[in-house]
Design a protein around this ligand. Structure first.
Ligand SMILES: Nc1ncnc2c1ncn2[C@@H]1O[C@H](COP(=O)(O)OP(=O)(O)OP(=O)(O)O)[C@@H](O)[C@H]1O
Length: 467
């Protein structure tokens, strides 16, 4: 495996990279000038220019990028929105990796800017609880239709499991200690991300991977972006795209059209994931933005100025509240605590195994009848506060009292991993739980998540429900 740094070109904007990487070291793009280059050369039509750029990319040499032939592809493990993901083995070291293919098909600007952003951010994010980008590598296609076309891959250290897969497997029994350890890892990874001034913007159980050694890693930085800390509240925040975060994990401010959101959108996602550790399914599964708001109100209480003074400033507040079938119903009590308490008391403070991971059976008989893990519940309540300003920062959450009480979180959940014979990917790929993973930025829930809930749900039909 190469320990070489990423190529210089990858540190530049994609436009710059076109001029920085060339076959013979000359710093000029092949294929003529740009439409208004002012050289007096005849302007090329756009299509021809694109072909020229593609040709330039295909002909270029990438001296700092390893050839993908250093890896032996073993199986396809995922179909991301932006390309396929393969499990592969490094031929020289035997190390298992995940190769994420970067789709170049419609890329007008050479190396895709989204992938470039992902690479740049992951470079800064070296942390045990964040997926490790090992390198970028390239390969020439041998298929007749795309012969000699260059394909790039992001090479990640391989993780055996993802949290969505683990939670959907009834054979995986998690103790309170396992849950606490994994939540601690999740929040520690998120804290590293936010301290590095990066928003994840796609927090969900499917984007949380777990290594064979039982260490949780935040993954999928395809939607992540750097942010600027607002030092002075009089200075308006930058406006970001609102269409982020998979619907079921999307917080109220995004659903109400906020474009100057901050780190608390990820904190809400962490709260949804924390609750899912007990419910074993996403806690609010709406099929439209309006419905998602209704489900949030049904579980977390009505959204209004009493609980969130600034809610009326949200761009869609008026539109949503004047709707005759309003997605912002009033008079709804917050029932998160009462709904989850039963599930949470299924396990003891000593971290004994759950007797029934789905909470359908009797509560743990070793526990006093009035046992409740109030500290876990208090943390969860705060992560899922309707008002983003009332949610803790990841830094505050990492320091939560729950993590300092028995059972203390461990370094890893290796003992849990040892009870699972095969990789979750092998268990689920092709069987539904991870099939057809499209990124879910629109109104349609991702099929894999719908399929996770119950075998009784026919393909294409989704529950519109709270867990
Ligand atoms: N390091 C890894 N180890 C094991 N599997 C991985 C790894 N990285 C990604 N995968 C698998 O590939 C899938 C897609 O990867 P990823 O989420 O990064 O791509 P994406 O295009 O952003 O996908 P999505 O559309 O699902 O958000 C993951 O859900 C996971 O199943």
């Amino acid at each position: 495996m190469s320990s070489q740094p990423y190529p210089a070109a990858l540190h530049q904007s994609s436009t710059q990279s076109r001029t920085l990487i060339s076959q013979n070291g000359q710093n000029t793009p092949t294929g003529g000038g740009t439409p208004n280059s002012g050289t007096g050369a005849p302007e090329l039509d756009v299509r021809q220019q694109l072909l020229n750029y593609q040709k330039m990319f295909d002909q270029a040499a990438y001296p700092f990028i390893n050839d993908a032939s250093a890896y032996e592809k073993l199986s396809k493990i995922g179909q991301g929105t932006f390309g396929e993901v393969f499990k592969a083995r490094c031929k020289s070291t035997g190390r298992m990796v995940a190769l994420k293919k970067i789709l170049m098909a419609n890329e007008k600007e050479g190396f895709p800017i989204t992938a470039l952003r992902e690479v740049k951010m992951l470079e800064q994010l070296k942390h045990p609880n964040i997926i490790d980008l090992i390198e970028v590598c390239s390969a020439k296609s041998s298929a007749p239709a795309t012969k000699d076309r260059t394909t790039f891959y992001l090479v990640f250290s391989f993780c055996e499991h993802d949290l969505a897969g683990l939670l959907s497997n009834p054979k995986v029994r998690m103790s309170l200690l396992h849950i606490k350890t994994m939540i601690k890892h999740l929040i520690t990874g998120l804290n590293k991300l936010h301290r590095s001034k990066i928003l994840h913007r796609d927090m969900k159980a499917a984007n949380v991977l777990i290594s064979r050694e039982g260490v949780l890693k935040l993954a999928d930085f395809g939607l992540a972006r750097p942010f600027v800390q607002r030092e002075n509240s009089n200075v308006p925040r930058a406006l970001y795209t609102n269409r982020v975060v998979t619907l079921w994990y999307r917080p109220p401010e995004l659903l109400l059209g906020d474009r100057s959101y901050g780190t608390k959108i990820d904190v809400w996602g962490a709260g949804c994931i924390m609750a899912e550790m007990w419910t074993r399914q996403p806690i609010m599964q709406g099929d439209t933005e309006q419905r998602q708001l209704q489900l949030i109100s049904a579980l977390c209480g009505s959204i209004n100025q009493e609980v969130w003074p600034n809610c009326v400033k949200m761009p869609l507040w008026n539109a949503m509240s004047s709707d005759t079938n309003t997605p912002l119903p009033q008079g709804k009590k917050r029932v998160l605590r009462s709904k989850l308490r039963h599930l949470m008391r299924l396990d003891g403070p000593d971290g004994r195994s759950q007797s029934d991971p789905y909470g359908k059976g009797k509560p743990n008989e070793h526990l006093p009848a009035d046992f409740k893990d109030d500290d876990a519940m208090n943390l969860l309540e705060s992560l899922l506060a309707i008002d983003p300003d009332k949610r803790p920062t990841a830094d505050e959450a990492e320091d939560d009292i729950w993590f300092y009480k028995e059972p203390l979180p461990k370094a890893n959940v290796q003992d849990l991993m040892d009870t699972i014979p095969t990789s979750q990917f092998e268990y689920t790929v092709g069987k539904g739980a991870h099939a057809g993973r499209g990124r879910h930025h629109n109104n349609q829930p991702r099929p894999n998540q719908a399929q996770r809930q119950s075998n009784a749900i026919p393909a294409g039909q989704y529950r519109d429900t709270i867990f």
